[in-house]
Write a protein that binds this ligand. Sequence first.
Ligand code: RUQ
Ligand code: CUA
Ligand code: CA
Length: 639
Amino acid sequence: MDSKKDSNDNNVTVPGGRRNFLGKSAIVGLAGAGAVLGLAGCKEEATKVATKAAPAAAGHEVAPGQLDEYYHFSSGGHSGEARIMGIPSGRTLRRIPVFNIDPMVGWGITNESKAIMGTKADGSLRYTTGDTHHVHGSYTDGTYDSRWLFVNDKIHSRLARIRMDTMECDTILQLPNVMGFHGIFPDKRDPVDAAINRTTRVFCGAEFHIPLPNDGRDLDDPSKWGALFSCVSADTMEVMWQCRVDGNMDLVATSYDGKLAASNQYNTENAADQAGMMAAERDACVFFHVARVEALVKAGKFTTIGGSKVPVVDGRKAANPDPKTSITCYVPVGKNPHGVNATPDGKYFVCAGKLSPTATVIDLSKVLQWFDGALKLERDSVVAEPEIGLGPLHTAFDGKGNAYTSLFLDSQVVKWNIDLAIAQFKGDKTVKPIIDKIDVHYQPGHGYSSMGETKEADGKYFNSGNKFSKDRFLPVGPLHCETEQLIDLTGAKMKLVSDHTAYPEPHDGIIVRRDRVKTRQIYTMTDFPNAVTADNAGIERKGNKVHVRLMSQAPAFSMPIIKIKVGDEVTLTLTNHDKVEDLTHGCAIPTYNINFIVNPQETKSVTFKADHPGAYWIYCTHFCHALHLEMRSRLLVEA
Ligand code: RUQ
Ligand code: CUA
Ligand code: CA
């Protein structure tokens, strides 16, 4: 690696030198235990001073008071949350707690949020951790309809739904007999009733195989373990069916006609160790013929596993010898592939190679031909497999026939043309599918283009979600932030616009045109059955159960003194009577671990045991008024 000293005697890496190092270590990593281990060995990488960042490219600034053109919804990785950012500014607009506890809003603290997250018999949360990877919006007519966002939790195999009018999670569901729920994608049209041109189902891939059921059996025999692909109703958030497959699953994609869902498989080997998972030269992308699966379920041709009532059908090859009745089709693709993404024209899925320097383009009409018995081999549905660079992970599209694939090992994004790749695959040696490559900083995972997962893909922006930031920002200790780098796609060449920091670690995101998102500015009080009004406000006691019904209106709570006794089980319900947009109040109770907010016209409640006496100031946490500091009530707990 090239490095020199700056005027403060800090080591400064030279960009070209560092890039070369990454490239070389990556190749070593590929041959051995993995690229990331190779990277970790480089001590000189801990530079203290950033190389000079290029100024933000002109024409993409969002001036004070101006609004962004796009929303960017992303996952938050092992923080367990989802996030909203503005594009192109990179401004953080909101964090949406989902599987995590968030005292700012009171998520995981209020009774309402705990009921969504799930509790144990004693009322405490069943889980307090989550690992969100993929966020996708619901569709109508092939584009976002502002109803829902769906996000997965890989740790505990849960699917969450977020209402887009309030940007709050309204349902969390745990998938039975699944571990490592990673890929997720809503359908874009009903697979059975083609007249329903909107999202009706959400498909979920399972990455890890486990004993079925996972009740202590088969612990020493992983060859008996299995992985299930799950289908969840978007409307009711119930699991409709599951399908057992050979091998594992990773990411998920769905077709625009609603007929096909697919998942890339890096462990077709069904191996339980790393060497075994890399043994085969090719892995697969498994396609599900959704209508056929549902016909089987309807006909009662399914089993159930353990205590789960969810119908499980068998999608393994041995159970599906005839393509004409098969529910699955395993298309061979590059070794240990990663992301699978649908082109906005509805024609192709693209699987990124990861351990193969290629992307595999699969023609969906040919997959349907295979299911009809009209295509000899599954592999015949592959219409292109261009060599694009090292460590391809995910692909986004501009709606103009070009694909943009992240190259983890090369620390680049490559722009390539799908038609040219198809021509090359057919034998035309004169065409060069690769149009441009751009350096990103560093190790990109997901990349997402503006509206790129809809038929309205507009080719304006691409956001590169980079896993390493190293010297791009002021050092903040051993935990580095991550970078979301914005790239302008409008020219023939990609142009880096700006670096945005990201708290680790957003995995995936979608960039949605702002007119496709419709939110509410305040709540409607009557939507809350437990709303506190002037008619029912006050203290109600039944034995040792006490219900405190409180109202907030700037700058006061409705009761200055609330008297209870040690031993009481207290439920405090708070309704915010302010109607003014943005006028949020908070409610904190010292030593009782209570902290939540109520937005205009919103109601929330908490329940706690009064287990220690004393005087406690219930105070407003959210700066709401010139008398915000004076907005408090006395909670008097008598011994
Ligand atoms: S994965 S870096 Cu969880 Cu989306 Cu590919
Ligand atoms: Cu109410 Cu601050
Ligand atoms: Ca493999």
